[in-house]
Design a protein. Structure first.
Length: 268
């Protein structure tokens, strides 16, 4: 198996890259079992497609299968956010997040020849279907078709009331970008769940994409602090302050560094 450093994420199917990083951050991830499950979903989809059907019919058939027959959906009730992100768990429970469900739907769509691509929208991952006569935007959490007004409302609520939807917001995302967003979602979930050793593994995997990213190094420092590795945490957090002195978070980080240094003095 190729290492992340050698893998051409943008030249391979998105799912291949996702499988690689999952195996890296979670050695118990059963890639072969997950791929077998997904291939069975592709087989079922092909079997249900009407003969000589056009793109619209194929897309609607897949939406019906994915969200109604197989009942993939967002999670509800009490659950761990990370459980909606690990693909093996999503395949088993049919409960996921926009990014995990989007990755699965996208792979099946592309496998049956549909021109569907990922879009990293400011609010979440969405899917863009470039059909013969129109472009459709799909919410991967439920299969709903998103109109321009809804997308504009989403972006105003997330970015700024003054921000207007532009073509740049709806551009196809490179696979490497989607993989990083996916890993970032897992890292945040694990940090919230206090699963710091796993979160550290994910953070270090993200840094393989950009080893000098100050924001990721900051997050790694915060994780190290939770693991009581204050000397390493201080090094990472100082790097962030040096690289991003104007960031509003920098002052708070300085206070945290002071606290960690005081703890280090007391302990020694």
């Amino acid at each position: 198996m190729k290492s992340i450093a050698d893998f051409e994420f943008n030249g391979a199917p998105l799912l291949s890259g996702i499988m690689l990083v999952l195996k890296t951050v979670r050695p118990d991830f059963d890639r072969e079992k997950a791929e077998t499950h997904i291939n069975e979903l592709i087989r079922q989809t092909r079997k249900r497609l009407p003969p000589y059907s056009g793109e619209h019919t194929c897309l609607q058939t897949l939406i019906t299968l994915f969200y109604h027959k197989w009942q993939f959906s967002g999670a509800s009730g009490v659950y761990s956010l990370s459980d909606t992100l690990w693909l093996d768990n999503v395949l088993r429970t049919q409960r996921g997040s926009p990014v995990s469900l989007g990755i699965l739907f996208l792979h099946i769509a592309q496998a049956i020849g549909l021109p569907v691509v990922p879009v990293v929208f400011p609010t979440q991952l969405i899917l863009r279907a470039d059909l013969d006569d129109e472009t459709l935007f799909i919410n991967p959490i439920n299969g709903d078709i998103l109109d321009q007004h809804t997308l504009d409302v989403w972006i105003k609520g997330t970015v700024s009331p003054a921000h207007h939807l532009t073509g740049d917001d709806l551009e196809e995302a490179e696979n490497s970008h989607v993989v990083r967003k996916y890993l970032d979602s897992i890292k945040v979930a694990l940090m919230e769940e206090k699963k710091m050793e796993q979160a550290l593994k994910v953070s270090e995997t993200i840094l393989l994409f950009d080893p000098d990213d100050p924001y990721e190094i900051r997050d790694r420092g915060l994780i190290y602090a939770q693991l009581d590795c204050s000397h390493i945490a201080v090094s990472d957090l100082n790097y962030f302050i040096e690289q991003c002195p104007q960031d509003p978070v920098s002052e708070m980080i300085k206070m945290q560094i002071h606290t960690y240094e005081q703890q280090h003095i007391v302990l020694h």
